[in-house]
Structures are given as C-alpha cells and as structure tokens.
Write a protein that binds this ligand. Structure first.
Ligand code: NDP
Length: 277
C-alpha cells in the first residue's frame, strides 16, 4: 500500500512541503503520498484527534507547522533530545502504535549554513537574534557545530537566559539584550531567528555586529531583501541568505528519518528560491 504522509498547520495554504516531499519521493522512487491538512484551532483536543484520525487511516508520519508544534510535542509518546529542548516538534513518526516527536528545524538550519553556504561555524563568533521556537530547536545543533562563541540576543532577555540555562552555563555561550550588542566586537555570522521580518520589521540590532567578511542569515524566506538583510548589506556584508535552504534541509531530514534514504536538496532549493533583489 502507498505510504501516507502529511503536513499539518493553520493556515496551510502557503505550504511548500507537499511540493518538496513530492520532488524527494520522485527522485528517490518512494511509493508515498504527501498532502496538506488544515488542522483545527479549537476545541483544544481537536488537533490530537485530527492527527490520530490520519494515523488510524494508515498515516506513517507528519510534518507540523505553526501553530501546532507545541501540541504535537505534547501528544508524543517518545521525544528526541532536540525536540525536548525546543519543547516543540516539527515532525512526527508513527511506529509500533507510538508517536515519536522530532525537531529538524535546527539541523536543517545548520546544514544549510555549513554545507550549502560553505560557512563552517567551528571557531567562529556567531550571533543569533531571537529566542523563540526556531532558536530553541537550533541551540543544540548550533552548539554541536562548535562556534568559538555563541551569543543569543532577545528583546525579552529572560527568555534567552532561560534557554542558555537549559543547556548549562558555559564560557562560549551568552544570553543578552540588544543594548549589550553595541559594546561587542563584530561577528562572523549573524542569524536573524526573530519573526520580525514577517511583519516587515527590523530587530533593534546595531550595525557594529556585522563583519563585511562574514555572513548574515535570515530564517524567513521568500520575502526578498528583508530589513535585516538590507541592514547587513548596507554594513558591507556580501554573504547574505534567506531561510529557503533551511526549509528544504529540514524537510530532507524528516524524509530520511521516515524513509531511510536521504534525498538531494540542491535542485529543490534552486526551484524554490525567490531572488533577494
Ligand atoms: P516565535 O514566535 O516562536 O518567536 C519569535 C521571536 O522573534 C522571539 O524571540 C521574539 O522576541 C522575536 N521578535 C518578534 N518580533 C520582533 C521584533 N519586532 N524585534 C525583535 N524581536 C522580535 O517564532 P519562531 O521562532 O517559530 O520563528 C522565527 C522565524 O523563523 C520566523 O520568521 C519564521 O518564519 C522563521 N522560520 C523559518 C523556518 C525555515 O524553515 N526557514 C522554520 C521555522 C521558522 P520576544 O521573545 O522578545 O518577543
């Protein structure tokens, strides 16, 4: 029987996941379908019921997007360490009557930065703006990439501090507010993991953090030159990128987890890329 997968979110009309997984399935010759499901926001228990209905009908796994990542995590029987730290799941696998939760956002991001953009983080100074769900999922993969220093700046500083406290205090990891950045040396890589770009806003980041020989990465995608990327470019940074590669790489991780085969990502990224200018 053809194996069934789906992405669940609300709204879901914008999702690129069926296209991405369809291309992966074609390339790796997998007998599977992948659909998009608009999940119910209320009542409270309706999300879990929708997932369980899909599962009971033979579903093998799901991607989970906003606003259900926390609910998906909560209903899982088993959770990866990355999902535990994020407190959120972006992928589920149904096996032996159990629901397993994973979070591939962070590995997808690190893979895009290190492999696709050729920017190894080992020994580098890295600044991340934002301490929301995406950064929570990315913290362990970022630490595994061994930057010399990882600074997490957030408007709500206590959220960044709580995140750092969860993995344990270490010299190379610092939580701070935006005001503290003015006194800091420039960074090799500045990552915008805030949702500010979704509303055309700029996080209050001072331009001194950018290194013209370094890079700037925006998690949002398909939005062209966001205020953050524009600021980086005006500061002389040539290496700028948005999150389309992250989107495709996290999908490839989920695909490999479900199917046991890793698809190629380059041509899919090229197909989905919206030019920055
Ligand atoms: P959350 O809602 O969980 O977190 C939002 C974060 O943005 C918080 O740290 C918040 O700060 C900060 N923030 C929001 N507005 C501003 C602002 N105007 N100035 C400064 N900080 C601001 O969002 P996510 O972590 O889920 O998503 C973050 C971004 O990552 C989004 O753009 C999303 O689209 C993108 N994303 C991309 C993916 C991809 O595959 N490319 C995958 C997942 C996410 P505070 O805590 O102080 O409120």
């Amino acid at each position: 029987m053809t194996d069934q997968y789906a992405v669940i979110g609300n709204p879901i009309g914008h999702t690129k996941s069926p296209l991405i997984h369809g291309l992966f399935a074609q390339e790796t010759q997998q007998d599977m379908t992948y659909t998009a499901i608009e999940g119910p926001i209320s009542p409270q228990e309706a999300f879990a019921e929708t997932v369980n209905t899909f599962r009971a009908a033979g579903g093998k796994g799901m991607n989970v997007t906003a606003p259900f990542k926390l609910k998906a995590f909560a209903m899982a029987d088993d959770r990866s360490e990355r999902a535990e730290l994020a407190g959120a799941a972006n992928a589920l696998r149904f096996e032996n009557g159990r629901i397993v939760a994973e979070n591939f956002d962070g590995v997808g991001l690190v893979r895009d930065i290190e492999v696709n953009l050729h920017l190894p983080m080992a020994g580098k100074r890295v600044l991340v703006l934002g301490a929301g769900g995406a950064m929570r999922g990315a913290l362990l993969p970022f630490l595994a990439a061994r930057p010399a220093e990882l600074v997490i700046a957030n408007r709500n500083v206590s959220k960044a501090e709580a995140l750092v406290a969860q993995v344990g205090v270490r010299a190379s990891l610092l939580a701070c507010g935006y005001g503290d950045l003015e006194a800091m040396r420039r960074f090799d890589l500045v990552v915008n993991a805030t949702s500010a770009s979704l509303t055309g806003e700029l996080p209050p980041v001072p331009p001194n953090v950018f290194n013209p020989e370094g890079a700037a990465y925006e998690l949002a995608y398909g939005k062209g030159l966001t205020p953050f990327l524009r600021l980086a470019r005006n500061a002389g940074v040539l290496g700028i990128a948005d999150g389309v590669g992250m989107l495709v790489e996290q999908a490839a991780e989920a695909f490999a987890w479900w199917r046991g085969i890793r698809p190629q990502t380059r041509s899919v990224i090229d197909q989905l890329t919206v030019p920055l200018d």
